[in-house]
Design a protein around this ligand. Structure first.
Ligand SMILES: Cc1cc2nc3c(=O)[nH]c(=O)nc-3n(C[C@H](O)[C@H](O)[C@H](O)COP(=O)(O)O)c2cc1C
Ligand code: SF4
Ligand code: SF4
Length: 434
């Protein structure tokens, strides 16, 4: 039954020790339908996932779900940019889940198996469930303090995750009644994620994971005047995830990794991870493992093959032999605006051999930026676009708008001026004379 997965992929060691939880690779499935039961989890392990966070367990009687449940925010070519759900935690009994978890862990000892839990914010509830979970032999627990719908109304999920005192309290109970690593999963539906992470740390958490889903309404059925997904003639807000949330998740991970009190707190990065590059970005910002939900739901478990292959190839090219060698490397370069170099200057350059003369960059800069691209029309009527270097402020808009890969480059300029922060800038009206 058990098929071991190699730590070494393309000669690179992908194995991790995340807050004491060992995994052959950093790719875990996040707590959600892909980790709902033994059948899915075993398929995932067979496909090569390093670990899973089991779909959130709760007290009996199990939650009851509605029909329908999902909706999406589509791009112009029907690609799914963001995904929305109104599901609750597991709708299977605690006993069945615990029995399956114990069996799967026994049969797959080399994979990480973390159990997600959400019970009422009462000591007795945690005291009751934690020994049952401990008895399964699972490697650790993840506290779902972030479920944005259905559960907050019952005093669970985001209702706890939005209150730092309760986060600390629940983490403390878990450390008291459970002996293995405790990961606190944070909700992004909060103003300052650092406050929540600090509370988890104060409560004794071994790690945090983020993000859970973001409150959302993806679209409205205008014929019936109801949001999607519809349940009869009604709808409700859901939780947003998938590719569109990656930038929000990356920032929140960076906030925690940069914050002095939580700098050394292990982070499991979640949110919009769809390929190896997304995963590498989370690791560069300090994540020690990554979790995936939507990409697996849309494309199946085999996406992990490309993730492991791509990440290990890139690491080999860069000379990294293990994840530790680049984990957190981008954190020091992520700073507050006031520390940026006011003397740095970059300007756009158009590669005329690649340009297809579509004029998009010109319109963008002319209408909404700094009127720094000239539209030149020769005698034959052919259009040519050139950057007016003296006017360009280096905003990147033209490069973002251009449909041709690498046609517009941003070229750093030699200004000969030294680094100057905003605090040192004479144009700063609040500058302190040093
Ligand atoms: C249908 C669905 C159900 C989910 N259920 C849970 C859950 O039971 N517990 C939990 O902690 N997170 C749950 N999540 C959130 C995911 O674990 C994850 O945090 C989120 O989807 C962001 O990752 P992604 O962008 O890779 O999907 C669910 C997400 C989806 C789409
Ligand atoms: S970088 Fe900005 S200012 Fe410069 S040419 Fe492009 S759009 Fe215009
Ligand atoms: S957007 Fe790109 S391809 Fe189009 S005119 Fe500008 S540089 Fe050329």
């Amino acid at each position: 039954m058990n098929t071991r997965t190699d730590h070494l992929v393309n000669g690179v060691d992908l194995s991790i020790d995340f807050a004491g939880i060992k995994s052959p690779n950093p790719f875990w499935l996040a707590s959600a339908p892909p980790t709902d039961k033994a059948y899915n989890v075993e398929r995932a392990y067979r496909a090569g996932w390093g670990g899973v966070v089991w779909k959130t367990l709760g007290e009996d009687p199990p939650a009851v779900n509605v029909s329908s449940r999902y909706s999406a925010h589509f791009g112009k070519n029907r690609e799914v940019l963001g995904f929305n759900n109104i599901e609750l935690i597991t709708d299977r009994s605690l006993a069945i889940n615990l029995e399956e978890i114990a069996r799967v862990k026994r049969d797959w000892p080399d994979r990480a198996l973390i159990v997600s839990i959400m019970v009422p914010c009462e000591e007795a509830a945690w005291q009751h469930i934690l020994p049952l979970v401990e008895a399964t032999g699972a490697d650790g627990i993840e506290l779902n303090l972030g479920c944005p719908h259905g559960m907050p109304e019952r005093g669970m999920g985001a209702a706890v995750g939005q209150n730092p005192d309760l986060i600390e309290q629940v983490a403390r109970w878990c450390k008291q009644y459970y002996s293995k690593p405790v990961i606190v999963k944070l909700t992004p539906n909060i103003t300052d994620i650092r406050v929540a992470a600090q509370a988890a740390l104060r409560g004794g958490a071994d790690a945090v994971s983020l993000i859970n889903t973001i409150n959302s309404i993806t679209s409205i059925d205008l014929d019936n005047m109801v949001a999607k997904p519809t349940v009869g003639q009604q709808s409700t807000h859901g939780g947003y995830c998938g590719s569109a949330v990656k930038p929000i998740a990356l920032n929140m991970v960076a906030e925690i990794a940069r914050d002095a009190p939580t700098r050394d707190l292990p982070i499991s990065g979640i949110g919009g991870i769809s390929d190896w590059r997304d995963a590498a970005e989370f690791v560069a910002l300090g994540a020690g493992s990554v979790q995936v939900c939507t990409a697996a739901m849309l494309h199946g478990f085999r996406i992990v093959e490309e993730m492991k292959d791509g990440l290990s190839r890139w690491m080999a090219e860069q000379g990294y032999r293990s994840l530790d060698e680049f984990s957190g490397k981008a954190v020091a370069n992520t700073t507050d605006w006031k520390h940026l170099d006011m003397n740095f200057k970059t300007i756009a350059h158009i590669d005329q051999d690649k340009c297809i003369s579509c004029g998009r960059c010109y319109i963008a800069c002319e209408d909404t930026s700094h009127q720094s691209i000239a539209q030149l029309i020769d005698a034959s009527g052919a259009r040519r676009y050139e950057v007016i270097e003296e006017e360009c402020v280096g905003c990147n808009l033209c490069q973002i708008t251009c449909p041709v890969q690498d046609c517009i480059s941003m070229l750093p300029q030699q200004t000969g001026k030294p680094y100057m922060s905003w605090d040192q800038d004479p144009r700063n009206p609040f500058r302190q004379a040093s």
